[in-house]
Design a protein around this ligand. Sequence first.
Ligand code: MN3
Length: 200
Amino acid sequence: MAFTLPELPYAKDALAPHISAETLTFHHDKHHAAYVTKLNELVKGTALESVSLEEVIHASAKDTTKAPIFNNAAQVWNHTFYWHSMKPNGGGEPKGEIAKLIDRDLGGYEKFKEDFKNAGIGQFGSGWAWLVMEGDKLKITKTGNADLPMVHGQKPILTMDVWEHAYYLDYQNKRPDYISTFLDKLVNWDFAEANLTAAV
Ligand code: MN3
């Protein structure tokens, strides 16, 4: 069965003015869709055609001859996770267990914001900033290109796309402004809380 492009969990204009409908249209309908199309081309007629997306990612991560499969499969997964990491009227300080772990492991919300922002800014070129569980600790991390926590023994809680295509139409070269807006207006802490519950 072919891999399919999941629908966005909200309308294209639902994150405006912070992320425009134009950005989401290009990002979901063109970029995310292209990764799905390419992945299906690459696995067609192979054993990876009939396994789950996660299995494709794990199988191809360890095999450098399968780098194109890994890159496209991981980007399909990353984007789906990213859409859910945002919501209309999101952002701001979290509540619940995630807030307790941010206090316990990351030095509190203000320190988390500073460090998460720096992870996004400090990712040279394309990639992702993440909140993950590593063992029983909450951690901020970043990955290059398509790389993702699941192949490093970490459980993803939240992600932010820092590829230029995620923000260029709305913020041009100002990646720090996009990141601040992500944190203040868009983060879906309910999604993070659900992922935390599943991870522990
Ligand atoms: Mn992207």
